[in-house]
Design a protein. Sequence first.
Lengths: 284, 275
Amino acid sequence: MRRRRFVWMVAPAVAFVAVMVGFPFVDTLWLSGFAFHFGAAPHAVGLGNYRLLLGDDKFWNGLWITFYLYAIALIAQLVLGLYLALLLNRMRRFSKVLRSLLISPFVLPPVVVGLMWLVILDPSIGAANYLLTALGLPPSLWLASPGLVVPTIALIDTWQWTPFIALILLAGLQALPADVFEAAAIDGAHGFALLRRVTLPLLAPSIVTAATLRSVDLLRFFDVIYVTTQGGPGDASETLNIYGFRQGFVFLNIGYACALMIALTVLVLAVVGLLARLRRTVAW
Amino acid sequence: MANAPLRARVLAALDGAQVVVAAIVLLAPIVWMVAAGFKTSAAVTAYPPRLLFHPTIANYAILFARMPFLHYALNSFVIAGGASVIGLLLGVPAAFAVSWNRMAWPAVAMLAARMAPGALFLLPWFVMFSSIHAVGSYWVLILAHAVITLPLALWIMLPFFDALPRSVIEAAMIDGCSDLAVLWRVALPLVGPGLAVAAILSFVFAWNYFLFALVLSGFSTTPLVVAAFNFVGEGVTNWGALMAAATLIGLPPVVLAFFVQRHLVGGLAAGAVKE
């Protein structure tokens, strides 16, 4: 017997989201149809902002930076996270101290993470360059280098979020049926073959889940970039989200910024949709 | 272990060594930040960097004596605390109703709100709140951050409500309790741990969130994360004091997360992962 009751209790939450998220979303769509410089009167341009966007080099640069950062950070985190999860899964004891150590990077405020790495990666006083020279390697400009800034930001994000992926995959590993591994061991599967033919296919749903969660964050990556480089040097780390933010809140070019944000949201939804389809094909 | 084959013991030792290396890599940057907060400005900028130094609390003295650090901290508490209260007040009853009636759409709507880039809402908020001269007020900041805490609270509470035996709730309904009485007197006392997790993670998320306060906070309502960011641009940066500030700002989330660590990943994954 199931009686519908308490339904009204969702109303306040739904009303709040409608006012604070739903309405602003529609408003952003609406504003993206205007040439609207904050403080001046808006005038309608239809799809003009989107046409502008297609011819805007900074938009294509932002799109490229967004995907470049997304790809290297996601791959690095998934590989290292899987490695760490397999390692932790082999340990019999998994102490509370170790777990709290693993969660520390991703519960720190991104601003703190950014400031911390700003000091470590400083080309003249930073510990990172000292480490490089101590190993006989040439020092690097890190965040100040146009060619290295994106990999460096990916490095910071990988430091922060690899433990999160590891914990998701560890939960996935521990939920796998033990008899499959026993059967595989009897069949003589060991080491890399076991990993490739048994563990990874079984773990695939967890991997896709972890990838989805990180994709949402990486495609709209903002805080650490804004704290460390604000998109620089030049526009070398100016992701779509940073570019949209600067158009909106630095140049007060609200209409165009709204069009950029709509484009970014479509991008996030498209990637999440693709990963949701992938999640269904790897389900077992 | 003494009888275990040599091969197994070697492999276990290798695993142990790898865990130690991983722990050092994860911990070293944080240790470096905390240490820098206790260095004199000469020691912070010394090259090669100094591993051994005479610790000083001068940087902390600067934060509290020469900067309104406590005022920024108060702002962070008001914003994160207020947003957590709103998130729980709206999110907990919603989670209960969603769980009882197996309604998917409100939960999905909350998830969508959590996935969109923040600036998508921030642009119209900025225009709206500017037109009524509300940018910089506590209530705008609290409402903005409740957009973060509400979906979080709802998704954290869902599994806790799902785990309640339906018979307990049905018994209360047959006794003629009102909807609110069922929630307040019967359901909530049984999901105490869930409430604690939801409250703590809401607070941590709002405390950490940067983008909304970057745009919507004013001179007297600046929270810590924005104040620390602004500190970088001001002339010659005092790195020691900045690292001391970063340490203090990072401390509450790390300590709070320690208490809910078993639920942390599930909470961050918003129902996508069961631990």
